[in-house]
Write a protein that binds this ligand. Structure first.
Ligand code: MLT
Length: 387
């Protein structure tokens, strides 16, 4: 029996995908694995029995990935599971920025008691006039699951789309409409686009990526969209750009004291993935990732360890070793397993950055002292007996 703890409320339909080997616990310290949406985990101390964290969503800036990796805790995310929900809000954001829909809705509310509203609206409406999306140029920075969907949808709306992603995957490239122009230099995209939207993870290398110089090189009247994370834009420069008339609108899903309620800003409270479908998809994917890890030691969609799968164990036993990615570790643990009289029947080792993961199937009886000896290897953070 495994216990899971939810740090945020998550879709119950999604959680129902846990099989009968799993029980929910309200006590974080009692959890073998944790599910999280937006709760900040940087100040949380995990119990040594916790071996996995799954984020129901794509961004993982609320989780201390390296610290957890050193504790032998694998962190998962759910790439693509909420992409459609975010894509639809990006399209809505472009429409809200192009036409004063919110102003018009508010006008109708404010004039609800006017018996001549039907007549007066014909005079009032000119103040809410806007522009159309068709024929405009959209620059998409980041063509992962969300960026590619936004780019394709914009093509269907008649926009001319320019995509920039130096790390695009082969799969993402295949999924892109042939009508999308591939940009290898963001400077060209900045200079051309009427709308710019970013769909990149928050990393040290992407923090403040849309900086003052980038904004200065954009077209006058550009509309900027932010459905990634607020600090990807230099928002002080964005606010200056609005004041100077350079930026027509800044549409952000991450309001903060600098941007909320300000002229030229359209802000929603992190609603990108807030749909029944996205919440359910994310939770289902997170639950499946956790179950495969807890029961088989298989890793799919980890953000701090390499992906590594070996199916279901058909030997006497399986052990997972989470370790520093350096030379000599495999020799050390295989020698301990051999000395303990165990015959390795299958194994795999994968490394990613500083961290590596080994799955070892064996025949014979694994004793507690052998596990202790494995954990005694300096480079090994955790030895987890799977079977
Ligand atoms: C994400 O990173 O995928 C979103 O932040 C998801 C969410 O709204 O929780």
């Amino acid at each position: 029996m495994f216990k899971y703890h939810c740090l945020n409320p998550l879709s119950q339909t999604g959680l129902d995908h846990f099989n009968t080997n799993y029980q929910k616990t309200d006590d974080l310290k009692d959890a073998d694995c944790i599910l999280v949406r937006s709760a900040k985990m940087h100040d949380l101390t995990l119990d040594p029995k916790t071996v996995a964290v799954a984020r129901a969503g794509a961004g993982v800036n609320n989780i201390p990935l390296e610290d957890y990796a050193r504790q032998g805790v694998v962190v998962f995310n759910t790439p693509g599971a909420n992409a459609n929900g975010v894509k639809e809000l990006v399209i809505a954001g472009m429409l809200l920025a192009s036409r004063d829909i919110v102003g018009g809705v508010n006008w109708s509310k404010d004039n609800a008691s006017d018996p001549d509203i039907s007549k007066n609206m014909e005079k009032a409406k000119k103040q809410f006039k806007g522009t159309e999306l068709a024929g405009k140029k959209l620059g998409v920075i980041g063509l992962g699951a969300i960026g590619q969907m936004v780019a394709n949808a914009a093509v269907s709306l008649g926009m001319e789309v320019y995509g920039y992603d130096p790390y695009i995957s082969v799969n993402a490239a295949w999924n892109l409409s042939r009508d999308i122009h591939h940009e290898t230099n963001p400077a060209r995209l900045y200079a051309e686009a009427d709308f710019i939207t970013v769909h990149i993870p928050l990393l040290d290398s992407t923090r403040g990526m849309i900086d003052r110089a980038a904004i200065e090189s954009m077209k006058k009247g550009v509309i900027l969209l932010n459905y990634s994370r607020d600090v990807i834009y230099d928002e002080a420069a964005v606010m200056d750009g609005i004041a100077a008339g350079k930026i027509r609108k800044y549409v952000t899903d991450f309001p903060n004291p600098l941007t909320a309620g300000k002229e030229g800003v359209i802000a929603t409270p992190h609603l990108g993935a807030s749909t029944e479908e996205s919440e359910e998809n994310c939770t289902v994917m997170a639950v499946k990732e956790l179950m495969d890890y807890m029961e088989n030691g298989n890793i799919t969609h980890s953000v701090n360890y390499p992906d590594c799968t070996m199916g279901i164990c058909s030997s006497d036993g399986r052990i997972a070793l989470l370790h520093h990615n350096t030379k000599g570790v495999i020799a050390k643990y295989t020698s301990i397993l051999g000395d303990a009289g165990l015959n390795i029947t299958d194994m795999t080792n994968k490394g990613k950055g500083d961290f590596a993961y080994s799955l070892v199937d064996f025949d014979g009886e694994l004793k507690a002292e052998t596990v202790e000896a494995l954990e005694g290897i300096d480079e090994i953070y955790k030895a987890r007996v799977i079977k």
